[in-house]
Design a protein around this ligand. Structure first.
Ligand SMILES: [Fe+2]
Length: 189
């Protein structure tokens, strides 16, 4: 079984400095959120640390991985471009580090969330957005809301993400809309 220090070293090998720093920041933010919401701190930290471990794969490496693991070719479509690294990381953490299924799911969908997410997945989605190194419009509101009401924070972040992508003439993956719809229907005002 891999321990966190060994996984840190392994993740380090695949990432540029700034992205490794982001991963450490997400790990720390996920730890804080897990303590705040009484979730499993170790799982949150490990997911935060590894969520982006495949983000620097080249398009060719992505394709190769997808073929080798018999994953859906749809992952290579442009609309899935931002999600694919989470899918690939979710396979590695399961096969190599033996992460549990809840951890695998949190990593797989960390860019968009998914309907009916568990607390771990909510924590990883948010920690990735609000970690201390990030800076973009409305992030301070997101940071405050994250510790006040985690569902409302995710709704706020997804809307912010959608708006931001629209400004760049991009759209969020349809899973993002499904997460948003689910949370809006199941969250009390
Ligand atoms: Fe990230």
């Amino acid at each position: 079984m891999w321990n966190i220090e060994e996984i840190k070293k392994d993740v380090r090998k695949n990432l540029k400095d700034y992205r490794y720093n982001h991963s450490i920041n997400v790990m720390e933010e996920a730890k804080k959120l897990a303590i705040h919401y009484n979730a499993n701190v170790e799982k949150a930290m490990l997911c935060g640390l590894t969520h982006d471990m495949c983000k620097e794969y080249t398009p060719l490496e992505n394709e190769d991985f997808i073929n080798k693991h018999n994953l859906s070719k749809e992952l290579l479509l442009p609309e899935n471009k931002n999600m694919v690294h989470g899918f690939l990381a979710s396979i590695i953490v399961k096969e190599k580090y033996n992460f549990t299924n809840d951890m695998v799911l949190a990593i797989k969908y960390h860019t968009t969330g998914y309907p009916n997410m568990d607390m771990l997945a909510k924590i990883i989605y948010l920690a990735d957005k609000i970690e201390k190194g990030k800076d973009y419009p409305l992030i301070e509101e997101e940071r405050i809301l994250a510790y006040k009401d985690i569902d409302k924070a995710i709704i706020f972040c997804l809307n912010n993400q959608i708006k931001h992508l629209k400004e760049k003439n991009k759209v969020i993956n349809k899973m993002g809309y499904e997460t948003l719809k689910f949370l809006e229907e199941h969250t009390m005002n």
